[in-house]
Design a binder for this molecule. Structure first.
Ligand SMILES: CC(C)(COP(=O)(O)OP(=O)(O)OC[C@H]1O[C@@H](n2cnc3c(N)ncnc32)[C@H](O)[C@@H]1OP(=O)(O)O)[C@@H](O)C(=O)NCCC(=O)NCCS
Length: 166
């Protein structure tokens, strides 16, 4: 199945599909700090900035539809320019088949090639599948931000993880 799913660096013609995938995952209210996608203009500006700035951002495309994304934003400040923050998501129906592993591996390779040396991320503490994936590709736990997220009245701790390239 995943053989039919192509992983591609994001292009402007992916923006609508990227936003749609983000919106679907955000509206599940379980995994992201977005609860809906930003407006299309903001999504387009974000993608254009990633492309222009060389921030690694890839999408997975199945039958012409964007079904997943992964991006790593390089930090803006000079002394943190070796650091990037990772975000990703896969829409329901395409999870638990190894796509997450393929996608994150591709984006991590691109970030290393772009000169990044530290990749960091936050995951909701109850998102065991995501945490397992990040551990498998080499991320280590760096701490817990207690009650950092609140969704539908419930506080969730945020797990802070990072990967250092040699
Ligand atoms: C989290 C997510 C990216 C993982 O991608 P995926 O394609 O579903 O996961 P994979 O099939 O690549 O599995 C990753 C690994 O974790 C393992 N795993 C999955 N769930 C697990 C669990 N609950 N406990 C332990 N290991 C688990 C898998 O067995 C697999 O290991 P393997 O490669 O050795 O077989 C995807 O499920 C997703 O987008 N979920 C919703 C949005 C989300 O959580 N985004 C991340 C926010 S931080």
């Amino acid at each position: 199945m995943t053989d039919e799913i192509r992983i591609e660096p994001i292009r402007e013609d992916h923006v609508e599909g990227f936003r749609e995938a983000l919106d679907i995952v955000a509206r599940e209210r379980k995994y992201l700090i977005f609860l809906e996608a930003p407006p299309i203009e903001a999504s387009l500006a974000y993608v254009r900035d990633n492309i222009a700035g060389g921030h690694p951002h890839m999408v997975a495309v199945a039958d012409g539809r964007v079904v997943a994304w992964c991006d790593i934003r390089r930090a803006a400040r000079d002394a943190q320019a070796h650091c990037g923050t990772l975000g990703m998501g896969i829409i329901p129906g395409y999870r638990d088949r190894g796509l997450g592993r393929r996608l994150i591996a591709a984006v991590l390779d691109a970030s290393r090639a772009a000169g990044l040396r530290r990749i960091e991320l936050n995951a909701h503490a109850d998102n065991l599948r995501a945490i397992a994936l990040y551990e498998k590709v080499g991320f280590e736990h760096e701490g817990i931000a207690r009650h950092a997220v609140k969704i539908d009245g419930h506080y969730i701790d945020s797990v802070k993880m990072a990967l250092l390239f040699d």
